[in-house]
Ligand binder design. Structure first.
Ligand code: TMP
Ligand code: ZN
Length: 399
């Protein structure tokens, strides 16, 4: 394996999660008669540039196709987050044109559009792109972002890319595209799950084949620097269990002492990372201990005769289940509000996925919420299960 950023071939092991099927490979009933491919799930950190990454077993066009069922507007808190971001950007920079990469169903650009800013969405999943353009009137190109496409669009004052960097196989080409389509004094912002939080909060389940890269602040700065761009500010935000939002501009703007001269927030985070290198062997041990603890807990519950089900057939849940070897002998079924997942089976564990309505009839004793990043939203929805005294299990314990 070669580093997808600097092409170096020596790595430190961050965490080896053995093997797992592709996390979005939900099975149909017919698929149950066939085998599944299990691929190594081993996150490694490049010894030269510090980028943590997985070897590439899954092609992005196999994920973000017409069947991609994730519509950002379905989450009210996500739409609110986008609105707050737009207000903040307009307060600080008042841009007149925006390109959003991976714009999903237009959940963010709609807020710029309402402020008469020129908007353009780039979204490879045809269903999401259609919802944005037809449903919300947001001009959207159904394509993957790359340096070629960047030459065909009008440059913008602002380029936004949220939750996309981890999915990009060729990071250099992606960033060259950003540089190409960004106005001379423009800024680009990116939000992505932060490796520091992954390690500190034991979010190893966010490692799956769809996520090719895991960024520390130092690594993301290097990625932009090697492509003549400069990260001039950073915010640590609570989205998805802890993310960074970085602000980037052309490297040459530094010389002109443009607004973006680097600030203490970036310096502080850079210093914090260099003073606290990731404790590799401690992290591996913690992950392994967690596995033993969760298996033990579920077995104890099961042996006491309690019925255990899963809420949320999330990709991260598949990493956890398959790494821990937890299957149908312990979990009766999973429920999920996504129609495309209902009637299917989780990859690897082959646990069936039902509509959440089954909970009211079936009255399970313990509901294990796998998408811990949505726990508040989900627990609110599940309040009715208190009627028969169901317990919830979320990552850090029973509540
Ligand atoms: P995610 O962590 O990748 O966003 O996946 C969350 C999964 O949980 C996704 O399959 C949708 C599902 N879900 C529900 O079924 N109900 C809900 O209320 C929420 C927020 C998510
Ligand atoms: Zn590298």
């Amino acid at each position: 394996m070669f580093c997808r950023l600097c092409h170096h071939k020596e790595f430190d092991s961050l965490i080896d999660l053995d093997t797992s099927p592709l996390s979005n490979g939900y099975l149909t009933k017919k698929d149950l008669n066939k085998g599944e491919m299990w691929f190594p799930l081993h996150a490694m950190t490049c010894k030269k540039c510090g980028l943590t990454q997985l070897d590439e077993f899954e092609r992005p066009d196999a994920i973000f196709n017409k069947d991609y069922a994730y519509y950002s507007s379905q989450s009210a808190s996500f739409v609110e987050h986008a609105k707050n971001f737009v207000e903040k950007i307009q307060r600080n920079y008042s841009v007149t044109s925006v390109i959003e990469i991976a714009s999903n169903d237009g959940y963010l650009l709609q807020h710029f559009d309402q402020r008469d800013v020129d908007v353009l969405g780039i979204e490879p999943s045809a269903g999401c792109a259609m919802e944005a353009s037809v449903g919300k009137g947001i001009p959207t190109v159904a394509a993957f972002w790359n340096s070629n496409l960047a030459q065909q669009v009008d440059p913008a004052d602002l380029i936004v890319g949220n939750n996309v960097l981890a999915h990009v196989p060729d990071l250099n080409d992606f960033i060259i595209g950003v540089r190409t389509a960004l106005n001379p004094e423009g800024i680009a912002t990116f939000e992505f799950p932060y490796l520091g939080d992954l390690v500190n909060n034991l979010q190893f389940d966010t490692i799956y084949h769809e996520h090719f890269s895991y960024f520390s602040f130092a690594a993301v700065c290097k990625a932009f620097a090697r492509n003549d761009m400069f990260v001039f500010d950073v915010e640590h935000i609570p989205v998805h269990g802890g993310s960074l939002r970085i602000y980037v501009t052309h490297a040459r703007n530094l010389k002109y002492n443009y607004k973006c001269t680097g600030n203490s927030r970036s310096d502080r985070l850079m210093l914090e990372e260099s003073n606290n290198p990731i404790p590799l062997s401690r992290f591996s041990k913690q992950v392994h201990d967690y596995k033993l603890k969760i298996i033990n807990h579920l077995l104890e519950e099961k042996i006491c005769g309690r019925k255990i089900v899963i809420y949320g057939a999330a990709a991260k849940g598949n990493t956890l289940l398959n790494y821990c070897g937890i299957g149908k002998d312990i979990i009766d079924y999973a429920v999920d509000t996504t129609p495309a997942k209902q009637g299917k089976y989780l990859p690897g564990s082959r646990i069936p996925i039902h509509h959440p309505d089954i909970l009211a009839e079936d009255k399970p004793d313990l509901i294990w919420i796998l998408p811990w990043n949505w726990k508040h939203e989900i627990m609110k929805k599940l309040e009715f299960t208190k009627e028969w005294g169901a317990d919830f299990l979320v990552k850090d314990g029973i509540c």
